[in-house]
Unconditional design. Structure first.
Length: 301
């Protein structure tokens, strides 16, 4: 497995949180460079099993030669379906690291990074048709405004959306360079930070990251054994809020406590982390990408 492909964040904290049963079955929803998977395998016996999901074909190069590993080249939103296909009804633990792998950022032709010239692509699964270029050239002003505001927290998202729609009528946008040139007049504040937020919003939309996360979370109670744990690492406030709400109340909405409305809802998950676990100083020094990482853990009741 390749460590330069991606440095796993919150590595020790995640493995500890999963409280691994050596004979158990574990799912790594985001295999990537296989860093977390390697840690899980090290604690599994011969009887143990690891199911690794990754929709990015590049990740397949990192699969270890280990008969305990089953690799599923799919998005983790299909979690239950592929567990059933492999005749697994319940597992002992589920892990998802929702960050984009360093490898994806470092490969210019994937279009994830503002540092390179390359196609405006951003598809994690290259089998899908929707790319970032399609969104920039095809979404309405309202759709663009909403996605830059929600997923990128871009301060002038409305202006940016209007500007893109005006410019694209006489400009082609197929590459990162063309896109950066197109929006250069409306960039606010620190250009690198601004572009990073815009790129993040496009990437989250291209890959339907919020939709996939919601679908996966809804399947967790059904596929996790009693006492089994789910550990999810997020890098964005929207993701973190979804995970937090789902772990606490089994839904994605913030529900205010109302003393006059008795809410009888069966708790299926017990929150293990009252506050999210974040990277220690040592890790922050070694890996700047761990800055925004938050780990939340729950246990199946």
């Amino acid at each position: 497995m390749n460590n330069s492909y991606h440095i796993p964040v919150l590595y020790h904290e995640t493995l500890e949180a999963l409280s691994i049963n050596p004979d158990g079955v574990y799912v790594d929803c985001t295999f990537g460079g296989g860093g977390h998977s390697r840690g899980i395998l090290a604690q599994l016996s011969e009887k143990g099993k690891l199911i690794a999901f990754d929709q990015d074909a590049d990740a397949q190069r990192n699969i270890p030669d280990d008969k305990r590993v089953v690799f599923v080249p799919q998005n983790f939103r299909h979690l239950q379906r592929f567990l059933r296909l492999h005749e697994l009804t319940a597992v002992d633990g589920i892990l998802a690291d929702l960050g984009v792998s360093s490898h994806q950022f470092d490969e210019g032709d994937r279009g994830f990074s503002i540092r390179f010239s390359g196609p405006l692509d951003m598809r994690m699964d290259r089998r899908q048709s929707l790319s970032a270029a399609n969104i920039v050239s095809g979404y309405t002003e309202q759709q663009l405004h909403k996605l830059f505001e929600q997923y990128g927290e871009v301060s002038n998202s409305k202006t940016l959306a209007r500007h893109i729609v005006q410019q694209r009528s006489h400009m082609q946008v197929q590459t990162i360079e063309q896109f950066k040139a197109m929006i250069s007049q409306v960039v606010k504040g620190n250009p690198n930070k601004y572009l990073a937020q815009v790129f993040q919003a496009l990437r989250m939309e291209v890959n339907d990251e919020m939709g996939a996360l919601k679908e996966m979370l809804q399947q967790v109670p059904a596929v996790l054994k009693t006492g089994g744990r789910v550990a999810i690492i997020t890098f964005h406030s929207i993701e973190d809020r979804l995970v937090k709400n789902f772990f606490r109340q089994g839904s994605f909405d913030e529900t205010p406590d109302n003393p006059f409305l008795p809410t009888v809802k069966e708790q299926v998950l017990k929150v293990i982390t009252k506050k999210p676990i974040t990277a220690a100083q040592e890790e922050l020094k070694q890996n700047t990408r761990s800055r925004s990482a938050k780990l939340r853990v729950a246990e199946r009741l």
